[in-house]
Design a protein around this ligand. Structure first.
Ligand code: UDP
Length: 327
């Protein structure tokens, strides 16, 4: 059995990764502490319940499952919260990852796929961000992810840790078969909040800032379908198993949409109005984050063919209407 340890396997992206890992012939072992993850989302392989701040629980998962690789998704990921409580982000994300990387190195597990973020780039004048752009994060979330990238680089030099770093742009959508989907509590992400506003599950959406230097004044983001994103992770793992590594890849499509455009597309897909109001800027938000993803396409053979906004919103909407989890 080719076990892969999937930290955060009970979360949004991790659970989709488990699904595609299973289809690709691996046995995904979910490692999760269920602080933000959902037991109902663990559907595709065994569960190793544990906490990245508890090294013994990590060691025990490695002893039991002897994984051929790690996919590390577990993290706190709210930009706004990271600005108010940076300590929480440095402790959970950086210390937790350091524990995981150290235990993996000790166990001789050298194939490490890491979930990083375009927030590591920060505000830049470049129209499209590619992997060689300097990284100047402007929020504690991005800073914590960048620090983990540095740890992986050092462990590559000292322990031969072989890593693939994926810098995600904005992930949206859901498994089209409806087995797993996006469900956060609290929810802070644009697409699910908007669907909640459409269905009346919560009040109107607040548009965070309408005075940005963009054509319609709202922030621009590059949205990638969660299924495309996790397919890239399987390609990354295979790449590592072929002996390659030490590489960062952006995962996005190169097309940016403003918050207003996302609202318009959602109205078109659901055929319902999006109740929304205009509010202040959210601290830590960059004006525009758009990916140059040619590297992942050229070197990994990645094809983000589900990542058009309408398809992402349609899949998210289907899940929104039928799916939910209990912890
Ligand atoms: N956004 C918004 N209202 C919300 C949530 C998000 O206007 O209630 C905006 C946010 O300012 C950003 C974009 O939507 O420009 C995407 O935000 P999200 O939190 O989904 O992802 P992030 O880009 O922070 O990773």
């Amino acid at each position: 059995m080719r076990n892969v340890l999937v930290t955060g396997g009970a979360g949004y992206i991790g659970s989709h990764a488990c699904k595609v890992l299973k289809s690709a012939g691996y046995n995904p072992v979910t490692f999760d502490n269920f602080i933000t993850g959902w037991r109902d989302a663990v559907k595709f392989g065994p569960l190793a319940e544990g906490d990245l701040l508890d090294r013994d629980s990590i060691k025990s998962a490695f002893d039991t499952y002897q994984p051929v690789g790690v996919m590390h998704f577990a993290a706190l990921s709210q930009v706004g919260e990271s600005m108010q409580q940076p300590e929480k982000y440095w402790l959970n994300n950086v210390m937790g990852s350091l524990n995981l990387i150290a235990v993996a190195a000790e166990a001789g597990c050298k194939n490490f796929v890491f979930s990083s973020t375009c927030a590591t780039y920060g505000e830049q004048d470049n129209v499209v961000l590619n992997e060689d752009c300097a990284q100047y994060p402007i929020n504690a979330y991005g800073a914590s992810k960048r620090a983990i990238e540095d740890i992986l680089e050092n462990f590559g030099q000292s322990h031969g840790m072989n890593s693939v770093i994926f810098r995600y742009f904005n992930v949206a959508g859901a498994d089209p078969e409806g087995e797993v989907g996006e469900f956060h509590q609290p929810e802070t992400h644009l697409v699910p909040l908007m669907l909640d506003a459409i269905s009346g599950k919560r009040d109107a959406l607040t548009v965070f800032g309408t005075d940005y230097d963009t054509p319609d004044g709202t922030c621009i983001r590059d949205y990638v379908h969660v299924m495309d994103l996790v397919e890239a992770h399987v390609l990354g793992l295979k790449w590592l198993e072929d002996g390659k590594g030490g590489r960062a890849f952006n995962l996005g499509t190169g097309t940016g949409y403003s918050v207003r455009e996302v609202i318009d597309q959602s109205q078109a897909v659901t055929n319902k109005p999006v109740p929304h109001t205009e509010g202040e800027r959210r601290p830590g938000d960059c004006t525009k984050l758009v990916s140059g993803s040619q590297r992942a396409m050229d070197e990994l053979g990645w094809t983000p063919d589900r990542s058009n906004l309408q398809e992402m919103i349609r899949d998210a909407w289907r899940w929104h209407q039928n799916g939910h989890y209990n912890r």
